[in-house]
Design a protein around this ligand. Structure first.
Ligand code: FAD
Length: 481
């Protein structure tokens, strides 16, 4: 076990990230450190900086050539779109604090895609016409709610959770049921149910737990309250792209971060940890943090092997998918000619068409099973499929729109999807066990979130894993049983 000067490290962590303390790694043993972090996404980078600040030596091994994981500003594409995270919520204390410390400006997110119309059954309808539209087959009070807002509206009206940690308490277990069953219990109509399922990021609402959505919903409500009347609802973005955040964190780490080092084996014993990469490089440490999604972790040979519920979670937890097709058009302000809003939400094979304000760019977004279906096609076929779908909805674009690039989070071999997805019953079953420390191994990543969401949850988890190591204690801020 590493001998850690607890007074020194605990004062470092308690004081937060004193980034000025992080100096270049002169004299660092290039293959040995107190802690090796496997995974250079936001969670791994946060863990590494916390550990450095606590006085430990760290090496971060990143499988790909590009650190940052699901933070990826596509600087090479027109308009430099974000493939992953963009929104910085009003309650994102860690992300905002890191931005301030790294001197990275934030700006209001604004509305980059203008207004939305709806595409229902292949026909367009404007939002203001939705309540009275014959395309609207929902009933009662549901009729005034736009389909993309249905799930969140029902959650806001009927959310039994009151505090951000309620979802992990024993009393919440009866809520670890499918999205479908919970919505039926709230009285949503069959058409309301269908529309919710069409927009769901996970595979199917019969096979997805409502419990994380209730926590997300509660968290969003708290964020709205905290934002008050701030512009964009208090939601900001990084000026110049979200990748500026991870790039600046990587710069802090210097040569402690090694790219193109995909971990394939982690062996632990009394003496320490030995980590072998596909490159053949071998690294040694006292502790390891696995800061990658489970689809990536399950390909790593871990000795001693994970057991019980933890092994079940790593092997079987599902990841959702998001795929995007980037389009350019030569049709000017075509939405003014067809009379609908620039952007579309549809119940067809493409979930969203986001017309970027003041530009010739449209981003087609597909989630869940729709994204998985698209991924079955070649990139050229994907482009043609999306263009045909869009032109059928908006004939003004016929012959004037082309696909320029595609991206799928499922196809990112080191990640395997856009976000974790709990099946019914698995919040209750997996969360208490799935990221408990195992031998010398600790776990980080947005899927190990407790209170936060998105980027903030990745930072929360990295901080927790670092604190587990420096304190020698598993961090259990919440009683889950
Ligand atoms: C489409 C999309 C939109 C999003 N929008 C938002 C948003 O607006 N706001 C928000 O807050 N959040 C958003 N998020 C979520 C946010 O991006 C994630 O929560 C966060 O970036 C996850 O960070 P992570 O470190 O947990 O995981 P990741 O970013 O997935 O990092 C894991 C890293 O581990 C590496 N790795 C994998 N296997 C190995 C191995 N064997 N050896 C070494 N390295 C390995 C990977 O290459 C990767 O770099 C979005 C995500 C997506 C996909």
């Amino acid at each position: 076990m590493a001998t850690v000067n607890r007074r020194r490290v605990l004062s470092g962590v308690a004081g937060g990230l004193g980034l000025a303390l992080v100096a270049p790694s002169r004299g660092l043993d290039r293959t040995r450190a107190d802690v090796i972090v496997a995974g250079g996404g936001l969670a791994g980078l946060t863990a590494a900086l916390n550990l450095l600040d606590a006085g430990l030596s760290v090496i971060v091994l990143e499988a790909s050539a590009r650190p940052g994981g699901r933070i990826h500003t596509a600087y090479q594409l027109p308009g430099q779109p974000e493939l992953g995270a963009v929104e910085v919520g009003p309650l994102y204390a860690r992300v905002r604090d890191m931005a301030r410390r790294l001197d990275l400006p934030l700006e209001p997110r604004g509305n980059p895609v203008g207004a939305f119309s709806l595409g229902i059954g292949g026909q367009l309808v404007n939002m203001e016409d939705w309540p009275e539209s014959p395309l609207n087959q929902t009933v009662g009070d549901e009729r005034v709610v736009p389909p993309p807002a249905l799930l969140q509206t029902v959650i806001t009206q009927h959310n039994p959770l009151l505090r951000a940690d309620d979802w992990l308490r024993p009393e919440a277990r009866p809520l670890d049921i499918s999205v479908h069953d919970w919505l039926v219990a709230q009285g949503l109509s069959d058409e309301g149910l269908r529309l919710v399922n069409e927009g769901l990021i996970t595979a199917d609402f019969n096979d997805t737990s409502i419990l994380p959505s209730l926590q997300d919903g509660l968290r969003m409500g708290l964020a709205r309250t905290a934002a008050g009347s701030r512009p964009s609802g208090g939601v900001d973005k990084f000026t110049g792209g979200t990748s500026r955040l991870t790039t600046a964190m990587v710069e802090m780490l210097g040569d402690r971060l090694r790219v193109d080092q995909r971990v394939r084996a982690i062996a632990m014993n009394e003496a320490g940890v030995e980590i072998t990469c596909e490159s053949g490089a071998v690294f040694r440490s006292d502790f390891v943090i696995a800061a990658m999604p489970f689809p990536a972790l399950r390909r790593i040979a871990v000795t001693p092997a994970l057991t019980g519920i933890q092994a079940d979670a790593v092997a079987n937890m599902r990841w959702a998918n998001t795929s995007q097709v980037f389009l350019r058009h030569r049709a000017g302000d075509y939405w003014e000619r067809d009379g609908f809003a620039p952007s579309l939400w549809t119940d067809g094979p493409v979930n969203l068409y986001r017309q970027q304000v003041d530009s010739d760019r449209i981003v087609a977004v597909l989630v869940g099973r729709k994204a998985d279906a698209l991924d079955q096609l070649s990139p050229a076929e994907q482009g043609a499929f999306v263009v045909n779908d869009l032109v059928a909805l908006r004939p003004e674009l016929r012959g004037k729109v082309d696909a320029v690039a595609t991206h799928s989070w499922r196809e990112e071999v080191n990640i395997g999807g856009c976000r974790h997805d709990f099946r019914p019953g698995t919040v209750t079953r997996f969360v208490p066990a799935m990221f408990a420390p195992h031998a010398r191994m600790h776990f980080a990543g947005e899927h190990t979130r407790l209170l936060e969401i998105g980027m903030e949850s990745a930072m929360e988890s990295g901080e927790r894993a670092a604190l587990e190591i420096v304190s020698g204690q598993p961090q259990e801020p919440i009683r889950t049983s």
